[in-house]
Design a protein around this ligand. Structure first.
Ligand SMILES: Nc1nc2c(ncn2[C@@H]2O[C@H](COP(=O)(O)OP(=O)(O)OP(=O)(O)O)[C@@H](O)[C@H]2O)c(=O)[nH]1
Ligand SMILES: [Mg+2]
Length: 458
């Protein structure tokens, strides 16, 4: 991605009431005035205010279409990208915005690549790399908790902590390098103990951040929760209950769901991908057979299985089917459903099976569901999570933090043994890994990989 061209893209999703076209770069103002015309020409005097005017669909001198639009000029450097920015807010609808964007491109802008506005913000030091990543996390957040964490990362919290660790390591590195350069001289050397203290502090902070990676993975990727069981057990009813609306068809006919159905939801603020499956049985026809095959595929990739059993049915058969299909799997919640019509019978609890947590209730009457959600929460957080973490790092950060931790571990011994050369090498490795996290030391491949995952217009 070069940073010279003036770039433009539609920043809003299609189908909304308003569309926003953003233009960023040196030519933004000139192009803006070519495609938009109002009482005021866009210039410094009217900057940062919305101006009403019309758009020119074919650029420059052709005022034929005259779509009403608001335009705003935001001069650099106090803009999202750090460059001159013009935004045109026009009527929603694919055609209007496409015509205006075409005119902008004809007037000299280049179509922005995914994440290119944020990339420019990064290059112009408006954001560090962790903040740029947080922009994407904010867009894709599926729970309040994920959103709050992304917002804190966006405000720079993670970057600040990484830079603090780095500066401790830099201080120790400077001392090690002095030993290498002026080892023979009688300088005012920092005591070894104080250097080790700095390493210990940096190491503890790195480990603390690294350990938030598990929460980060849950909150960013969500947990795959598969609803499985025999036909009619109540799987689709449970999906609808958790979603809060009727997404799946529910009937009393066994075999209603034939294809797997995936929906995002939250359970106790945990983002989950719920997968409703076709009931498992000997299929009646080829369509159902494919559906059942897909159910088995889903089971393989599940992080949590909620296996529903009909408590009003044949208890032994229900239990043995569940045990057969969840054998060797971790994180199984066995849900005895339909207790409202089951009468007072004793239901097996599978207490000798460590991977299985058994709960019972009625999806129809919405009873016992808190116990089900407790079980999901316990499985996700391993019973230890209590409150919202301040920071939850991503898989990329975790890998780099781990590299930094490994390097820091050796440094203590190197310093004690006055192995300044070795200590310096390890410290540089750790500092470099941390610098990739914040972007100072990230190479173009890393940046391409990160920004290509953004959407166009961000
Ligand atoms: N009494 C009672 N009926 C329930 C309960 N949960 C679901 N049902 C009913 O059981 C029937 C089947 O429910 P579904 O949710 O379609 O079951 P399913 O497991 O998705 O079934 P398939 O899609 O055929 O595999 C429907 O008539 C539901 O209303 C419950 O807790 N109690
Ligand atoms: Mg169903």
């Amino acid at each position: 991605m070069n940073t010279i061209d003036t770039i433009a893209a539609l920043c809003t999703a299609p189908g909304g009431a308003i569309s926003i076209i953003r233009i960023s770069g040196e030519q933004a103002l000139k192009i803006g005035n070519q495609v938009w015309s109002g009482k005021n020409v866009l210039e410094e005097n009217v900057s940062r205010t919305l101006n009403l005017g019309i758009c020119v669909s074919n650029g420059a001198d052709d005022l034929k279409s005259g779509d009403q639009a608001l335009a705003v000029y935001m001069p650099s450097p106090s803009t999202y990208t750090g460059e001159d920015v013009v935004e045109i807010h026009c009527h929603g609808g694919t055609l209007v915005s496409k015509e205006i964007l075409d005119a902008v491109l004809k007037s000299g802008a280049r179509a922005a690549e995914p994440g290119e506005f944020t990339f420019r913000a990064f290059i112009n030091e408006k954001l560090d790399l962790t903040q740029a990543e947080a922009v994407s996390d904010i867009i894709s957040a599926h729970s309040d908790m994920a959103l709050h964490i992304a917002e804190r990362q966006m405000s720079g919290l993670l970057g600040v902590q990484i830079r603090e660790i780095r500066s401790n390591l830099f201080a120790v590195l400077a001392e090690c390098e002095s030993h290498l350069d002026f080892g023979e001289e009688d300088l005012n050397w920092e005591p070894v103990e104080s250097m080790i203290n700095k390493i210990n502090k940096a190491l503890a902070a790195s480990k603390r951040l690294c350990s938030s990676g598990e929460e980060g993975a849950v909150l960013r990727d969500g947990v795959r929760v598969v609803l499985a069981g025999r036909p009619n057990a109540g799987k689709s009813s449970l999906l609808n209950l958790i979603l809060g609306f009727n997404r799946a068809i529910v009937t009393k006919i066994p075999g209603t769901t034939r294809d797997t159905l995936e929906e995002f939801a939250t359970i106790r603020n945990i983002p989950v991908k719920l997968i409703d499956t076709a009931g498992i049985r000997e299929a009646d026809d080829v369509i159902e057979e494919i559906g059942v095959k897909k159910s088995f595929e889903s089971l393989k990739r599940a992080q949590i299985i909620i296996w529903l059993m009909d408590a009003s049915g044949n208890i032994e058969e229900e239990a043995s089917l569940m045990l057969e299909h969840t054998a060797g799997k971790e994180n199984v919640i066995a849900l005895w459903n339909k207790t409202d019509i089951a009468g007072s019978i004793e239901l097996p609890l599978f207490e000798n099976k460590k991977a299985i947590t058994t709960v019972s209730g009625s999806v129809l009457e919405n009873s016992g569901m808190n116990k089900l959600f407790d079980a999901v929460e316990n499985m996700v957080w391993g019973g230890k999570h209590t409150e919202e973490p301040e920071i939850a790092v991503s898989a990329r950060h975790t890998d780099l933090l781990q590299q930094a931790i490994n390097a820091q571990k050796g440094v203590r011994t190197n310093i004690e043994d006055a192995e300044w050369e070795l200590a310096a090498v390890q410290l540089r490795t750790a500092i470099f890994a941390l610098g990739i996290i914040t972007g100072e030391d990230a190479n173009p491949d890393v940046l391409d990989d990160i920004f290509s995952r953004f959407c166009i217009g961000k």
